[in-house]
Design a protein around this ligand. Structure first.
Ligand code: KIV
Ligand code: ZN
Length: 341
C-alpha cells in the first residue's frame, strides 16, 4: 500500500533567499494563497529574524492561510526563536523550525563551537521552541557531511527534548542517492525513539541530484520532503516539488508513495512564481519548462499526433498545461504543417 509523503514547501524561505527571487510581503501572501490551492501540507513562510518584512510576511500568512501547517525558521538564538514563535502565534497550525550546523567543517569555521557546545545550545533552543508550540522541527544543517556518531547523539537529544520532525539536510548538494538513503537508515536504526518522529529530507541541487536524493530518502522511509516550486533555492536550487510529485504519479508501482498535491495547479503555481520574481525556469526544465511539452522534430510530431504517449509520459492537462505544442521549424514534417493549415 503506497504511503502518503508530506510535502513541505520552502519556496517562500529557501527559494526566496536565493539571488533574483526576492518578493515583497504582498507578493509572498499572493504566492502563499496559490501554494494553498496547490495542496502543500506544510508551507515554510520565511525566516522572521531576517528582517521586519520577513517577520510581517510570516505573520500575515499565518493569520490568513488556515489549512496547511505554517512553519517559521529560526537559528538556535533566543531572539530568532522569540520572533519566529511570535510570527506563528495566530496560525491555525504553526510549526517552529530550528536548525544548527552539525558538521565539523561548519562547527569549526562557521559557528566556532565545539560539538558539546552546539549540542547544549540546540537542547536549550528546542526547549525554548516547545514553549511556543508542540510542533517543532529540528534540522541538523550539513547532516550529510556530519560524523555519524555525533549526528546520532544530536538527533537523540532532539527527540528526547520533544522535536516532532527531524530533518537531515544535504545542505550543499554533496550526497549521492545511495549514500543519502544509507544515512537515514543508519540514524533511524541507531537512535532511540526514531519511530516516534517524522523524518524529513531536504536536498540541494549542486550536483543535479536533489530530486534523486529526495526519492532515495523516501525509499529509505522518510515521511516528509522539503522542496520548492521550479526548484528555486540557494545556489543550484532545492529539489523541485513538481518533479518529486510527478515521479510518484507517473511511476506509482516503483515510487510507492502518494502526495496530496493537486497536480492541475502545478503550472499555474510555477507561472505565478516566475511572474512575481521575474525569473523563469530554463526552457528544458522538467514539467514546467517552456519546452517540456513542445515538439519540433517531424518524427516526434507525427508520433504525438497519433498518440500523445508516444513521446510524452505525462498528459499536459494533468499538470495544468492546456495542450502540448507542435513547433514548426526546420526539423518539422508534413503532418504538423498539414495540421497547422
Ligand atoms: O539547506 C539547509 O540545510 C537548510 C536548513 C536551514 C534546513 O536550508
Ligand atoms: Zn536549504
Amino acid at each position: 500500500m503506497p504511503r502518503n509523503v508530506i510535502i513541505f514547501d520552502t519556496t517562500l524561505r529557501d527559494g526566496e533567499q536565493a539571488p533574483g527571487n526576492t518578493m515583497t510581503p504582498e507578493e509572498k501572501l499572493r504566492l502563499a494563497r496559490q501554494l494553498d490551492a496547490l495542496g502543500v501540507d506544510v508551507m515554510e513562510a520565511g525566516f522572521p529574524a531576517a528582517s521586519d518584512g520577513d517577520f510581517r510576511s510570516v505573520r500575515d500568512i499565518a493569520q490568513e492561510i488556515r489549512r496547511p501547517v505554517i512553519a517559521a525558521l529560526a537559528r538556535c538564538h533566543d531572539r530568532d526563536i522569540e520572533l519566529a514563535g511570535e510570527s506563528i502565534r495566530e496560525a491555525a497550525r504553526g510549526r517552529l523550525h530550528i536548525f544548527i550546523s552539525t558538521s565539523d567543517l561548519h562547527l569549526e569555521h562557521k559557528l566556532r563551537m565545539t560539538q558539546e557546545d552546539a549540542l547544549e545550545l540546540a537542547r536549550r533552543s528546542i526547549r525554548q521552541a516547545r514553549t511556543y508550540t508542540d510542533d517543532v522541527e529540528f534540522s541538523a544543517e550539513d547532516a550529510s557531511r556530519t560524523d555519524l556518531d555525533y549526528l546520532c547523539r544530536m538527533v537523540e537529544m532532539a527527540i528526547a527534548e520533544g522535536a516532532t520532525t527531524i530533518n537531515l539536510p544535504d545542505t550543499v548538494g554533496y550526497a549521492l542517492p545511495d549514500e543519502y538513503a544509507a544515512m537515514f537508515r543508519s540514524v533511524r536504526e541507531r537512535v532511540p525513539g526514531s519511530d516516534k518522529v517524522i523524518w524529513s529530507a531536504h536536498c540541494h541541487d549542486d550536483l543535479g541530484l536533489a530530486v534523486a536524493n529526495s526519492l532515495a530518502a523516501i525509499e529509505a522511509g522518510v515521511g516528509q520532503v522539503e522542496c520548492t516550486v521550479n526548484g528555486i533555492g540557494e545556489r543550484a536550487g532545492n529539489a523541485a516539488l513538481e518533479e518529486i510529485v510527478m515521479a510518484a504519479k507517473v511511476r506509482p508501482q516503483l515510487a510507492q508513495f502518494t502526495t496530496a498535491i493537486n497536480t492541475p495547479e502545478i503550472f499555474r503555481t510555477s507561472q505565478l512564481l516566475s511572474y512575481l520574481t521575474g525569473s523563469f525556469p530554463q526552457p528544458n526544465k522538467a514539467i514546467v519548462g517552456r519546452n517540456a511539452f513542445a515538439h519540433e522534430a517531424g518524427i516526434h510530431q507525427h508520433g504525438v499526433m497519433q498518440h500523445g504517449l508516444t513521446y510524452e509520459i505525462i498528459r499536459p492537462e494533468s499538470v495544468g498545461i492546456p495542450r502540448s505544442t507542435l513547433v514548426l521549424g526546420k526539423h518539422s514534417g508534413r503532418h504538423a504543417l498539414e495540421r497547422r493549415f
